[in-house]
Design a binder for this molecule. Structure first.
Ligand SMILES: Cc1cc2nc3c(=O)[nH]c(=O)nc-3n(C[C@H](O)[C@H](O)[C@H](O)COP(=O)(O)OP(=O)(O)OC[C@H]3O[C@@H](n4cnc5c(N)ncnc54)[C@H](O)[C@@H]3O)c2cc1C
Length: 452
């Protein structure tokens, strides 16, 4: 039962009425497709450098993944390729609220990965060594020490891997605040403005076709989240990407049992700025089977093997919806992006039940705390669970930034800085070579190092 008046703090991000622009600028230096944390952060960094940038979002800013995630801002446990970008991101988060003059809910409350056995605890050691190489404060603590940070718990944990400098932020605030900061710096942020396609001239981008008109430009960034693969396919560019659905819930404010984020195979839980908790199941990933599942089966096989115990396959409407969607469409008529302004999957009832049960069992102090809101988000993943940030050689001026795979919120601001560097040619200080798209096509082994 939801408590009156509290039910839409988060979901208001995508359920509020859509404000649509009526026209678009004739031209821009850079057009960004997608108003998630990656798109808005890039727009902000570009605008601060004086670049004339237009961002087009088909629905609401942060209406999809960036407004629906758990809000964990962590370096802990990441694939080593992401660490430099993530460390830069943490630096940006630290002063972000102050720099843009808006609250984004960031605080460093620490990140805990709990271990149920000494074997699980020992498995953290390689990452702790990696952390030491980067000067990160990650360490392993025992069960007694863990109880000093996490109060009133029933699991008899063997211990945890912890990074005290990791943090959390509020997804329903952050991306929209960054978008407003980008606007104040001169970016044009257009909500309710789907990009239908690209116009080319002699193999290069010459314009972006939106539902509200044409924007002449020679540089485009496709940061379209779960839609990137489909958008790129319409241009003849292959971007391997699949989706998994994540169900999330939020409790009413309650006693502080931890100040950061904790993961256990039963539950992912983080303290919220409003005094409640964002909670999700620790070991359920629901993959809606679609034609893309078959198209990319081989590339995703290593990830599937790794996540075998967590993945639940689901054959339903999504298959038919994708099957009915054409590979290309006319650019002078409503496109699939206008047909689905906001990708808004339903939370899965059985998963919500599991969340409630695990929360009550693990944290008896919260057993009477009501769940006041629930939602779901469609996470998009790359085959090795690391983003693809690249220019596309076959279409000069076209770039992608996608595949952030369940951990793109925390790294978003750092990614924005790096991507702005890629687009302008200015050195951002962040190496993006490891994120090249061609790693999935040139015979490089596809080896996911971390979980989605
Ligand atoms: C349930 C869940 C939990 C997660 N937990 C965490 C976490 O705790 N920490 C973390 O770091 N990450 C987490 N993530 C992952 C994180 O949310 C994503 O990696 C990140 O938000 C991706 O940002 P993005 O900007 O690439 O994509 P999105 O936020 O999906 O934004 C893409 C935008 O592009 C728009 N778009 C698409 N096509 C078009 C078009 N043709 N024209 C115009 N606009 C278009 C879409 O409408 C969308 O708004 C989680 C994700 C989910 C769903």
């Amino acid at each position: 039962m939801l408590r009156q008046g509290l039910e839409n703090t988060v979901s208001n991000t995508w359920t509020k009425p859509l404000t649509q622009v009526r026209s678009v600028p004739d031209r821009a230096e850079v057009v960004i497709i997608g108003g998630g944390i990656v798109g808005v952060s890039t727009a902000w960094f570009l605008a601060k450098q004086g670049v004339d940038v237009v961002l087009c979002e088909k629905g609401h800013i942060a209406g999809e993944q960036s407004g629906r995630n758990w809000g964990w801002v962590r370096v802990q446990g990441r694939d080593a390729r992401e660490i430099p970008m993530m460390l830069e991101s943490l630096r940006i988060w630290e002063s972000l609220g102050q720099e843009i003059g808006e609250d984004v809910g960031f605080t460093r409350g620490g990140c805990f990965f709990a271990a149920n056995s000494s074997k699980e605890l020992a498995a953290f050691e390689p990452w702790v060594k990696t952390a030491q190489d980067y000067g990160i404060d990650t360490r392993v603590i025992d069960g007694v020490q863990l109880r000093q940070y996490v109060k009133g718990v029933t699991p008899n944990w063997a211990g945890a891997m912890v990074t005290a400098s990791d943090g959390r932020a509020e997804p329903h605030k952050a991306a929209a605040a960054i978008a407003r900061a980008a606007q104040r710096s001169g970016a044009k942020v257009l909500g309710g403005c789907a990009v239908r396609g690209i116009e080319t001239s002699a193999g290069s981008v010459s314009a972006v076709i939106t539902e509200h008109g044409v924007i002449q430009c020679s540089t485009v960034l496709c940061a379209a989240g779960a839609w990137t693969s489909m958008f790129c396919r319409s241009l003849g560019i292959d971007v391997p990407q699949l989706r998994v659905r994540g169900t999330v819930a939020r409790t009413a404010p309650a006693e502080e049992i931890l100040s950061g984020n904790l993961f256990d195979h039963r539950l992912g839980i983080r303290r919220r700025e409003d005094g409640g908790y964002t909670v999700a199941h620790g070991s359920v990933l629901e993959h809606p089977i679609t034609p893309a599942s078959f198209r990319y089966f081989r590339k995703f096989l290593p990830a599937l093997k790794q996540e075998f115990k967590l993945v639940r396959l689901d054959l339903g409407r999504d298959f038919l919806d994708e099957w009915r969607t054409p590979v290309t469409w006319p650019l002078d008529a409503p496109s699939p992006f206008e047909a689905t302004r906001v990708l808004n999957p339903k939370p899965t009832a059985s998963v919500l039940k599991g969340i409630r049960k695990n929360l009550d069992q693990m944290f008896p102090t919260l057993a009477n705390t009501p769940i006041v809101e629930s939602w779901a988000g469609m996470i998009e993943s790359s085959p090795d669970v690391v983003p693809m940030i690249d220019h596309i050689e076959a279409l000069q001026g076209f770039h992608i930034a996608t595949g952030f795979s369940g951990h793109g919120f925390g790294i978003g601001p750092g990614a924005g800085k790096a991507i702005a560097g890629m687009l302008t040619g200015n050195d951002s200080g962040i190496d993006i070579a490891a994120f090249r798209l061609s790693r999935f096509f040139d015979g490089s082994p596809i080896r996911p190092q971390v979980s989605i």
